[in-house]
Design a protein around this ligand. Structure first.
Ligand code: GLU
Length: 447
C-alpha cells in the first residue's frame, strides 16, 4: 500500500483500531487497488473507497431467551448491511462464540466483492450472534432463533436484505428463522436462502459452496495445464463446505486425505472414500459428534489440537474451517510437503503473510471471495426460483453454478493480467469485484 490508499487505510485503522479482522480484510483489498486508483482517478474523485469502507447500516440488538432449565440467557445479535449498490443486501448469518462486530464487518466487507464477482444482482451484508449452538437442544435453538427474528424481521425482505447460513447456521436454523419471519410478516416470501427443499429451497444449495470451490480449483489448475485427478487434497473443517468439497474432489478423481474440527485433525493417507464420507456426514450433521471418532472407526491418525496443514504430503490444500487458520509455519509445511495449489473454501482462512509466501513460492492461490462464491451464487438462484415460483432441476442448478464459477475464474485472471500482475488471483478478484460496485456507486450518486 502507498500514497492515497495508504493514507486512507491509516485513518481507518486509527478509527477502528480494535477491529483486527475487519482491518485485515480492508488492507487486503486496498493493497490490490493502488494501480487501479492511479490509472482511473474518477474513483478517488468520487471518494468511492471512503464510502465503501463504512457499512451503510449496522443493526445491533439484544437476544434474551429461555434455556431448557428455565434460565434466562442473553446474546448479542447483529446485521451489518454493508453495500447495496448492486442489489439487495445479501450474506449469511454466523452463530459462534467468537462473533463480534469486527468479524462481521470483515465478512460483510468481503461479501460485497464476492457477490459482485458472481455477476448477479447482489449487495453485501453479514450478520449473526455470539450464540453457540454446540450442545444446545433443538428447542433452545428454536427459541433463540425466534427471539433473534423478533428484531431482525423489520430490517429484512426479499428486495431489501436476504440472510442465509454460515458457520453454526444450517438447514435447522434457517427453518426456525424462516418460520418466525413468516409468522411475524404474515407473508410467505423468499427472504432467507438455504431453505428446506419442500418449502422454497433450491436443489444444490447445500452443496454449492463446496462444489463451487472445487470447480474454481479445477479452473485454476486447468488454466495452468494441470488437474485435480490423482491429487491428494488436504481439507480442514468437517462441516457443510468441507463435506461437499470432499464429495466433488472424489467426483473429479482426487483423493481427500484430511478433515478437522476445533479439537483436532484426522489424516487418512488411504484416502477418504465415499463410504467414509457418508459416515462423516452422519457424524457431523445428525449425531453432531467430534471428528476424533473417525480415527476410532477407520484407524486413521488423529492429531489433537492440530490443523491438517503439512501433516502429510499433498498437492492441494482447501481450508474450509474459519478465518486465519493458515499462518507462516503451516505454509512452510505445506510447501515442503509438495503443495502446488491452495484454494479458500472458508472466508479469509489464510493470513496475509502466508499469502505472500505462497505467491513467492509460485503456489497457485485462490482467494475465498472468488473461490467460495458458489454458495451465495446458488442463493441468488434460489431467490430467482422463489420469484418465479418454480424449481429448477439439480442438473440445471449445477450447470449454472459451473458456468458462474468458470466466469469468476476468467474475470479474476483477466483483471490480474490487465493489471500486469500475472496469475495473482488476489489482485484479480479484488479489482474485478471492486470495479462493478464502484461504477454502480458513481452512477447512483452520493447516497
Ligand atoms: N455465508 C455464505 C458466504 O460466505 C453464503 C451467503 C449467502 O448465501 O447469502 O458466502
Amino acid at each position: 500500500m502507498r500514497g492515497y490508499v495508504k493514507e486512507l487505510y491509516d485513518k481507518l485503522s486509527g478509527k477502528y483500531s480494535w477491529e483486527r479482522e475487519f482491518l485485515q480484510a480492508v488492507s487486503e483489498v486496498l493493497g490490490s487497488l493502488n494501480p487501479l486508483m492511479e490509472r482511473e482517478p474518477r474513483y478517488r474523485k468520487h471518494r468511492v473507497l471512503e464510502r465503501l469502507v463504512e457499512p451503510e447500516r449496522t443493526i445491533i440488538f439484544r437476544i434474551p431467551w429461555i434455556d431448557d432449565h428455565g434460565g434466562i440467557q442473553v446474546n448479542s445479535g447483529y446485521r451489518v448491511e454493508f453495500n447495496n449498490a448492486l442489489g439487495p443486501y445479501k450474506g449469511g448469518m454466523r452463530f459462534h462464540p467468537s462473533v463480534n462486530l469486527s468479524i462481521l464487518k470483515f465478512l460483510g466487507f468481503e461479501q460485497i466483492f464476492k457477490n459482485s464477482l458472481t455477476g448477479l444482482s447482489l449487495g453485501g451484508a453479514k450478520g449473526g450472534s455470539d450464540f453457540d449452538p454446540k450442545g444446545k437442544s433443538d428447542n433452545e435453538v428454536m427459541r433463540f432463533c425466534g427471539v433473534l427474528m423478533d428484531e431482525l424481521y423489520r430490517h429484512i425482505g426479499p428486495n431489501t436484505d436476504v440472510p442465509a447460513g454460515d458457520i453454526g447456521v444450517g438447514g435447522r436454523e434457517i427453518g426456525y428463522l424462516f418460520g418466525r419471519y413468516k409468522k411475524l410478516k404474515n407473508t410467505f416470501e423468499g427472504t432467507l436462502t438455504g431453505k428446506g427443499l419442500g418449502w422454497g429451497g433450491s436443489l444444490i444449495r447445500p452443496e454449492a459452496t463446496g462444489y463451487g470451490t472445487v470447480y474454481f480449483a479445477s479452473a485454476m489448475l486447468s488454466a495452468h495445464k494441470n488437474s485435480i485427478e490423482g491429487k491428494r487434497v488436504l481439507i480442514s473443517g468437517s462441516g457443510n463446505v468441507a463435506q461437499f468439497v470432499a464429495e466433488k474432489i472424489l467426483d473429479l478423481g482426487g483423493k481427500p486425505v484430511s478433515f478437522s474440527d476445533s479439537n483436532g485433525s484426522i489424516i487418512d493417507t488411504d484416502g477418504i472414500t465415499r463410504a467414509k464420507l457418508s459416515w462423516v456426514m452422519e457424524l457431523k450433521n445428525q449425531l453432531r459428534g467430534r471428528i476424533s471418532e473417525y480415527s476410532k472407526e477407520f484407524g486413521a491418525k488423529y492429531y489433537e489440537g492440530k490443523r491438517p496443514w503439512g501433516l502429510t504430503e499433498a498437492e492441494i490444500a482447501i481450508p474450509c474451517a474459519t478465518q486465519n487458520e493458515i499462518g507462516r509455519d503451516e505454509t512452510r509445511a505445506l510447501i515442503d510437503n509438495g503443495c502446488i495449489c491452495v484454494v479458500e473454501g472458508a472466508n479469509m482462512p489464510t493470513e496475509p503473510t502466508a499469502v505472500e509466501m505462497l505467491h513467492d513460492a509460485k503456489v497457485l492461490f485462490g482467494p475465498g471471495k472468488a473461490a467460495n462464491a458458489g454458495g451465495v451464487a446458488v442463493s441468488s438462484l434460489e431467490m430467482s426460483q422463489n420469484s418465479m415460483r418454480l424449481s429448477w432441476t439439480r442438473e440445471e442448478v449445477d450447470r449454472r453454478l459451473q458456468i458462474i464459477m468458470k466466469d469468476i475464474h476468467t474475470s479474476c485472471l483477466s483483471a490480474a493480467r490487465d493489471m500486469g500482475v500475472g496469475d495473482d488471483y488476489v489482485t484479480g478478484a479484488n479489482i474485478a469485484g471492486f470495479r462493478k460496485v464502484a461504477d454502480a456507486m458513481i452512477d447512483q450518486g452520493v447516497v
